[in-house]
Design a protein around this ligand. Structure first.
Ligand code: UT7
Length: 322
């Protein structure tokens, strides 16, 4: 059985930046509240006409270039998103055509903020079993399109973006273990309560927006991520001190800090992008990974713990020898 090794990373953010001060003009909030409660200073927001696949295409091309492969080598595309361009075809199929790749399996995964971890875990299985050799795994979102810009509880938290990795079969090293979970009973703590199921009436009326009971989600996220850290380390017989980098989902700096404390890691070993990106849902982990690879912090051979928690609820982690 082969390992699935990350041989290239890529990211892309819309050029339009929205600061906390910009949001003060939209809702009853303040730069100070947003910074203190979330760590967010700004987020990138797609402009009209700019879609999830547009962002994903740029991130994918960056990852393909970093990996030094030809697109013809890609034999699997998995695309994590909760904000697909269309109901169908899948964003993965649209992306496949844009990249001029033909014939390989291409499909979407919907696990909200845990989407990229799910996608990585599924791609790993394809590579381990020899069903694929070179996979493009993407997390991309335009969450701005499903936000109520009059709801201060949610609109200050999210941003748009895309991240991607190229995974390739490797005999020596790569993903050491992946762990994915869900519990649907928490549906209405974090959800978009309308969609195809109610005939799109609420969507057409402009009411299909993210709703979140933030404080309850916060507590669940901290406890659940603490548990998954233990599960991940135990599965690979590793110690907390073995981990070089925590690459967490970027929802809230206080959740990230709590996980780092649990791992007894200093914040210097944690990749933080929530200040600049906000919460980009499925894009947040691959974007953070790409930032730290490109600025030279993450180096070959280091041990990375990727983790996320999100709507569903879903949660998961991936332990990677980079
Ligand atoms: O990525 C998927 C997972 N998502 C998450 O992990 C998000 C988890 N939740 C959170 O990050 C935090 O719960 C929030 C950042 C959403 C909220 O922080 P909090 O410390 O849990 O605040 P809270 O919800 O308990 O609200 C505290 C106060 C409330 O006012 P009162 O009732 O104390 O008077 C809110 O109405 O802050 C108020 N508030 C705001 N004030 C200014 C809520 N949103 C805002 C805002 N600006 N944007």
């Amino acid at each position: 059985m082969s390992f699935a090794r990350i041989i290239g990373t890529g990211g892309y953010l819309p050029s339009n930046v929205v600061t906390n001060h910009d949001l003060e003009k939209l809702v009853d909030t303040s730069d100070q509240w947003i910074r203190e409660r979330t760590g967010i200073e700004q987020r990138h927001i797609a402009v009209e006409g700019e879609t999830t696949v547009d962002l994903a295409e740029q991130a994918s091309r960056n990852a393909i270039e970093a990996a030094g492969i030809d697109t013809s080598e890609i034999d699997l595309i998995i695309f994590a998103t909760s904000t697909p361009d269309k109901i169908f075809p899948s964003s993965a199929c649209i992306l496949q055509a844009r990249l001029d790749i033909h014939g390989c399996p291409a499909f979407d995964i919907q696990a909200v903020c845990t989407g990229f971890i799910y996608a990585l875990s599924v791609a790993e299985k394809f590579i381990q079993t020899g069903s694929a050799r070179t996979a493009l795994v993407v997390g991309a979102e335009v969450f701005s399109r499903i936000l109520n810009w009059e709801d201060r509880d949610t609109c200050v938290l999210f941003g748009d973006g895309a991240g991607a990795v190229i995974l390739q079969a490797d005999e020596e090293t790569g993903i050491l273990s992946s762990h994915i979970h869900a519990d649907g009973k928490y549906e209405n703590l974090l959800w978009v309560p309308h969609g195809v199921g109610d005939g799109f009436d609420q969507v057409k009326a402009g009411k299909a927006f993210v709703e979140m009971r933030g404080n309850e989600v916060f507590k669940m996220a901290v406890n659940t991520l603490g548990r998954i850290v233990d599960e991940t380390l135990a599965a690979s017989d590793m110690k907390k001190s073995d981990i070089d980098w925590l690459v967490p989902h970027q929802a809230n700096i206080r959740i990230i800090a709590a996980t780092a404390r649990k791992l007894k890691m200093s914040m210097e070993q944690v990749v933080v992008t929530v200040n600049k990106h906000g919460n980009t849902s499925a894009a947040s982990v691959p974007l953070a990974l790409d930032v730290a690879v490109r600025d030279g912090r993450i180096k070959r051979g280091e041990l990375l713990l990727l983790e996320a928690f999100g709507g569903g609820f879903t949660w998961g982690s991936v332990l990677v020898r980079f």
